[in-house]
Design a binder for this molecule. Structure first.
Ligand code: PTJ
Length: 259
């Protein structure tokens, strides 16, 4: 379907098209549509813009990724459909492998996602030959690669579904999530939760890291940024920004609401 750029919901409709194409290409699971719908609802309430608190979390995530010794970027079916190119770009910027990790795992889907990432230029895509398990998880998300997620010190795990984040933290890793739901288990357990749409978050993350690499950075400045950050506090700031926006809308005149 061709969506005209003039459509008021162009960006959102494009994202839906990407996911539907992902399903048709055997990359995204049907459940991915439900997950996306939940995310969209939160995004609508946020005005489909990056909140200040989300940008702060993104800056801290950039610092963590730049300081990491062995970072790994986890990719599932939704992430592959929406931001495969940006994930590959990030993996180049920080010299990190990508690892396919699926909840509704089929070997066929793993293979297709790996091929997609390689078509986008990825040099190292893991996940098709898992050789270890993350302790405490009984479903397919436990499958990991020693060279990748199993031994990583920092894992970027966008659009997660809860318990893996907790188990990765229990293994001593730092976990960065991207999830529009500030109340999800993943958001609450992660080291850094970016409460933003994945496309916007990845764009911001890549820009910040790209700029830092270009201008040069001091390790101690990155460390200070990470040490000065409290994820629970930042999640409260997200909820506050959201509730301020909703209160303002509830008090707006009809014209204000239309804008
Ligand atoms: O490909 P698979 O088999 O690994 O499955 C992937 C999904 C996403 C289906 C699976 O991990 C799942 O069921 O996830 P959940 O439990 O629905 O959680 C996904 C979270 O991502 C939800 O909290 C959503 O709010 C959030 N989310 C959805 N779309 C976006 C998003 N966050 C940021 N940007 C989005 N576009």
């Amino acid at each position: 379907m061709i969506i005209p750029k003039s459509h008021p919901r162009y960006e959102s409709l494009k994202r839906r098209e990407k996911l539907v194409s992902g399903i048709e290409a055997g990359i995204t699971s049907l459940h991915g549509l439900i997950a996306h719908g939940r995310g969209e609802a939160f995004d609508y309430l946020m005005g489909e813009k990056t909140l200040k608190s989300a940008l702060r979390a993104t800056e801290v995530a950039a610092a963590l990724l730049l300081m990491a010794k062995s970072p790994v970027l986890s990719v599932n079916g939704n992430v592959a459909a929406l931001v495969s190119r940006e994930m590959v770009h990030l993996s180049e910027l920080i010299d990190a492998p990508l690892e396919v990790n699926l909840f509704h795992r089929t070997e066929e889907r793993v293979k297709r996602i790996k091929e997609l990432l390689e078509r986008e230029g990825a040099k190292r895509v893991l996940g098709d030959k898992p050789d270890s398990r993350i302790p405490g998880i009984e479903h397919a998300r436990a499958l990991a690669t020693r060279e990748g997620i199993y031994t990583a010190d920092v894992v970027l795990a966008p659009l997660e579904d809860g318990d893996r984040c907790e188990s990765l933290i229990a293994m001593g890793k730092k976990v960065i999530t991207i999830d529009l739901n500030p109340l999800s288990r993943t958001s609450r357990y992660a080291t850094v939760s970016i409460v933003d749409d994945i496309e916007r978050a990845l764009r911001n993350l890549n820009t910040i890291i790209g700029e830092k690499k270009e201008r040069g950075y001091e390790y101690r400045d990155l460390d200070a940024l990470v040490r000065g950050y409290d994820n629970s506090e930042n999640l409260r700031a997200v909820i506050k920004e959201l509730s301020t926006r909703l209160s303002e809308l509830s008090e707006a005149s009809e014209g204000g609401l239309k804008e």
